[in-house]
Ligand binder design. Structure first.
Ligand code: NAP
Length: 282
């Protein structure tokens, strides 16, 4: 599995990781098997959050999947904005650590910008780093204005990543957020790479291009999509798969190489759309 430096952390992290949102709705044993198969195949970046299943995903799925293999995993969780005061962030992190049955997170994110002062959240993140509870921290769903506010409070090197919505039919980050992060060495983690289950239909204009590129390589359209979404060195993707068959399909995308011409065809088939100040999020 190809790895890349993850922002200012200096850590090598696989280009493809594993999401866990809504896993509590799926067959638990199969979801755990899928996450563990992912670790076997090198998808060791595991993304979760206190929000997911109100803590149940951390507690009963991710903790089980990483049990006995914690050292292999780049484990990421997120604090909800409603908890992101100084004391609230420290407490939320302790709860996540306990549910995940670990003593350290590799990266801890603010799930989206909220109403508590960002300064408090950043101060709590730095305290957690100093105390050895987290190895790095970052943000999620931050647009450029919020990122600008963030780097008034902390050096860009302290911000490991910005996790944002990014799939073929939602490329808004490419207007400003992606270049802004790239200029400062901040990793960009694309979430919902399959549109949270709304993948382009094979009979749509874009879907037909995906099918054609996939056919030329003997791979699936989702593999083509994943490779397009990690085509720049700052990019990572975290597809979610509760089924082992899906997981295997996704993992195989890492070895696919698309030509410049194929990337250009996909770029044209899934146009960027107009710029908006509002960063789309799920
Ligand atoms: P996604 O990864 O875009 O899509 C997941 C859906 O695609 C599931 O229904 C999954 O089915 C299906 N799927 C996966 N691989 C497949 C394959 N090879 N063939 C056919 N179907 C396949 O959706 P997502 O969960 O929204 O996004 C991924 C992760 O990003 C989340 O799990 C979460 O960790 C993160 N995220 C973060 C935020 C944020 O605000 N920071 C927001 C949304 C998501 P099965 O599960 O049945 O295998």
């Amino acid at each position: 599995m190809e790895q890349r430096v993850f922002g200012g952390t200096g850590r090598q992290v696989p280009v493809l990781g594993q999401g866990t949102w809504q896993m509590e709705e799926d067959d638990r044993d199969e979801a755990i098997r899928s996450l563990r198969a992912g670790l076997d195949l090198g998808l060791t970046h595991v993304d979760t959050a206190e929000l997911y299943g109100h803590g149940r995903v951390e507690e009963s799925i991710v903790s089980e999947a990483v049990a006995g293999r914690r050292q292999e995993v780049f484990l990421v969780s997120k604090v909800m904005p409603s908890n992101a005061t100084y004391a609230g962030t420290l407490a939320a992190c302790e709860r996540s650590l306990k549910r995940l049955r670990t003593d350290v997170l590799d990266c801890y994110l603010l799930h989206w910008p909220g109403s508590h002062p960002l300064e408090e959240t950043v101060r709590a993140f730095e305290k957690l780093v100093a105390d050895g509870k987290i190895r790095s921290w970052g943000v999620s769903n931050f647009g450029v204005a919020e990122l600008e506010e963030l780097v008034e409070l902390a050096k860009p090197e302290r911000v490991a990543c910005n996790q944002v919505l990014y799939h073929l039919e939602e490329r808004a980050i490419e207007h400003a957020v992606l270049p802004w992060c790239e200029a400062r060495g901040i990793a960009v983690v694309g979430y919902s790479p399959f549109g949270n289950g709304r993948f382009p239909r094979p009979d749509s204009p874009g879907g037909r291009v995906l099918e054609a590129v996939a056919r030329a390589h003997g791979v699936t359209p989702r593999q083509v999509a994943l490779q397009f979404l990690v085509r720049r060195p700052s990019l990572f993707a975290i597809p979610k798969a509760s089924r082992v068959a899906h997981l295997r399909d996704n993992a195989a995308a890492a070895s696919l190489r698309l030509s410049r011409e194929e990337l250009a065809r996909l770029d044209a088939a899934f146009p960027l759309g107009a710029y908006s100040d509002e960063l789309p999020m799920l």
